[in-house]
Design a protein around this ligand. Structure first.
Ligand code: HEM
Length: 350
């Protein structure tokens, strides 16, 4: 009985302390943002309950955009999110030399992506960014054009099949798998049949993105202990082990191949990689073996995982939106189609 009473006192005290901390943090951060419009913020949870249904998440953001305009503020627990929809504002943020550290939302990617380029800051980010700049060169795309073509053809074939059978399909899922296939080849040098068959790795990638999103929109799961105890923390750990093992295994294999081949590949400088097609992972192995940047295998892991995630999630979202907007505006769809016909008339595959 006494134990029960003590437990309930501890629980109540914990809830009160957490609530006070959330209120304090929100008050402190909203002080400078109070002139920005946004939906009414509820105590403790902020706007989390209005965003809890993830199938309506984007609709909700669009609805607020219509209501409050190009700059608005919402919050999830103690964390404020400033939504910017004006291109001029976006340019200011993206070109800023001082807004370099990432927001709270990125915290939930760390268990997967470590402290890679996407989330690192300060000196670590500057040094890594310099090392990895050749991998961002636009000419690098040419090296992977054939992989991109191959995966796109499979996507079109699968979509046609769905269309012929009048079956509905989740376009975003199909495009994500296509993009994942391309990036696995480009970043890991590994050909996965992501679109044709389900694999433990691709399922784990998709699941991990869901865990991150679910945590992000549920402030009650932001705390690691609560997430492990009452959320999907344990399942997430198993999922992370799959992702981790898969990439570490590939790192080992590629390093062995690298040692065997002893090829002298051209890296660094302002010029992009000019040697035969080279996966991003090979570039890191090359840097590790040739320079004094002391990249460890864990560093290689976090950058490779970062590129694999960043490289498929962003492109898949962008392409899905593009298709959605084209379907809503047939006149533009028509002109895109005409442009494609002129480009591919002479070269069926480019
Ligand atoms: C339509 C496609 C893409 C869009 C819209 C996009 C957008 C962005 C944005 C806005 C950032 C800055 C994010 C931030 O600082 O919080 C970023 C960073 C980054 N992106 Fe992309 N991205 C795309 C494709 C890719 C691809 C294909 C890759 C890799 C193959 C990639 C890798 C990265 C990496 C590594 C960073 C961190 C860079 C740094 O901080 O120095 N992205 N991306």
């Amino acid at each position: 009985m006494i134990i029960l009473e003590m437990l309930s006192i501890t629980l109540t005290a914990t809830i009160l302390i957490i609530s006070a901390a959330i209120l304090f943090l929100r008050k402190k951060t909203t002080k400078c943002l109070h002139s920005i419009p946004g939906p009414r913020v509820f105590p403790i949870v902020g706007n989390a309950l209005q965003l809890a249904d993830k199938t309506k998440f984007l609709n909700r953001l669009l609805q607020w955009h219509h209501q409050f305009g190009d700059r608005y503020l919402f919050s999830i627990g103690p964390t404020n999110t400033l939504v910017l929809a004006d291109l001029k504002d976006l340019k200011t943020v993206l070109e800023s030399q001082s807004l370099l550290s990432k927001g709270h939302a990125y915290y939930f990617t760390r268990s997967w992506l470590g402290n890679g380029l996407l989330v690192s800051k300060g000196n670590k980010w500057r040094i890594r960014r310099k090392i990895l700049t050749p991998a961002f060169h636009f000419k690098i795309l040419e090296l992977f054009q054939s992989v991109s073509n191959e995966q796109s053809m499979i996507l079109v074939k699968l979509m046609k099949r769905k269309h012929e059978k009048c079956e509905p399909c989740l376009i975003h899922n199909m495009i994500s798998l296509c993009a994942l296939g391309i990036i696995c080849d480009a970043a890991l040098g590994t050909r996965l049949r992501c679109q044709e068959e389900s694999s433990v790795y691709t399922q784990a990638v998709m699941k991990q993105s869901e865990y991150i999103f679910n945590r992000l929109i549920s402030p009650w799961f932001h705390n690691n202990y609560i997430w492990s105890r009452w959320g999907h923390g344990e399942a997430e750990k198993k999922n992370l082990a799959i992702l981790n093992d898969f990439i570490h295994q590939i790192i080992v294999e590629r390093k062995t191949m690298y040692k065997k081949s002893k090829k002298n590949l051209d890296i660094g400088g302002n010029e992009p990689l000019t040697a035969e097609r080279l996966a991003f992972l090979d570039l890191l192995i090359e840097i590790q073996s040739k320079t004094e940047t002391s990249l460890t295998d864990d560093d290689i892991y976090e950058e490779t995982a970062t590129f694999t995630f960043e490289g498929h999630d962003t492109t898949a979202a962008g392409l899905t939106w593009t298709l959605y907007l084209l379907s809503k505006h047939p006149e533009y769809q028509e002109s895109v189609h005409d442009e494609l016909k002129t480009i591919f008339a002479r070269f069926p595959v480019r």
